[in-house]
Design a protein around this ligand. Structure first.
Ligand code: SF4
Ligand code: SF4
Length: 304
């Protein structure tokens, strides 16, 4: 277990001078191949979002629990409209554990004059807002100015180093969670957290499952060698684990709908037949948020 009530108490004491200092210092964001300073308007508007995030999540959860929203065409259209109008709210890029690790390591090595925290972790905002808990729950890895904001909001976050962040990613992977690199305003400069999402509580994943909006495919995609599959009757793990319904059983065999694969890598992890691998996605559309070179472990500018 990586989070319990004691941890929350340890990190949720009153606002202290250290946290006030975090609010006033200069803040840095991800700028593709460098860290860039951000202005007070950027920081304050995101801080405001962080402050009222629990209320926003509870409102969306209310919609997601109404059958007239999720089980009728009009309701789903309404929710899709809300998802589309929430352009400025966090959207997520789904990545493998390797890609999320590459990003954490990359951020950790970039130089900056600002000495603010690079990484912090705290209780999942969805679980906390909805008061529905599932282990592991201390799993929201906030980065750069996102770390400054969530530390200052006094929500139970603590500063961690890159090795600790990678250990959390691996624990979440082994629990079947999917890594989502979340950003606002369709800009990498607004990337602020590496979330680790489930499909029962996570508001972003549940909204995606109804609307098909707010999550994007990462720079990798699965490939399967059907010849080595143990068969759906004997196994079927890939069908069970995929949050995106990319795997199904057709005519007694596993079928992969590659258009639905978001590139999380979970089916590769659980496949006992070792029949699956992740390969580079030919048409990655979010280079402008976080370059594929970074996620695939190359420095920007180098050939892949
Ligand atoms: S097919 Fe595999 S890699 Fe693709 S989204 Fe589903 S579980 Fe993830
Ligand atoms: S997890 Fe692998 S072995 Fe099992 S059904 Fe899926 S492809 Fe076949």
């Amino acid at each position: 277990m990586i989070f319990n009530g004691g941890d929350a108490a340890a990190y949720s004491g009153g606002l202290n001078w250290e946290l006030i200092g975090l609010m006033l210092m200069g803040h840095i964001a991800f700028g593709g191949n460098q860290l860039v300073p951000i202005g007070k308007v950027h920081y304050f508007s995101h801080w405001l979002y962080g402050k009222y995030e629990p209320q926003i999540l509870r409102l969306v959860d209310w919609f997601l629990r109404r059958k007239f929203i999720t089980e009728t065409a009009i309701g789903r259209a309404l929710l899709t409209g809300i998802a589309l109008s929430g352009h400025y709210l966090p959207h997520g890029l789904v990545v493998t554990t390797k890609a999320a690790t590459n990003l954490i390591r990359y951020i950790d090595t970039l130089q900056s004059r600002e000495n603010s925290p690079r990484l912090a972790v705290g209780p999942c905002v969805c679980q906390k807002a909805l008061d529905r808990w599932q282990e592991p729950c201390c799993k929201d890895i906030v980065v750069l100015y996102g770390a400054d904001i969530y530390l200052s909001l006094n929500l139970g976050y603590k500063i961690i180093n890159a090795d600790e962040a990678v250990a959390i990613l691996e624990q979440c992977r082994d629990a079947g969670l999917v890594h989502s690199l979340d950003f606002c305003l369709q800009s990498g400069k607004w990337h602020f957290v590496v979330c680790n999402c489930d499909q029962d509580i996570c508001v972003l994943v549940r909204t995606f499952q109804i609307t098909g909006k707010m999550l994007y495919a990462g720079p990798e995609i699965v490939r399967q060698d059907p010849g080595h599959c143990l068969s759906p009757e004997k196994c079927g793990e890939c069908v069970r684990i995929c949050m995106f319904s990319a795997n199904s059983i057709k005519k007694g065999k596993i079928s992969v709908d590659y258009r639905k694969c978001f590139g999380c890598g979970q089916c590769v992890r659980v496949c006992p037949g070792k029949t699956r691998t992740m390969i580079k996605r030919p048409e990655f559309t979010h280079d402008h948020i976080i370059p594929a070179e970074v996620l695939l472990g190359k420095q920007p500018g180098q050939n892949i």
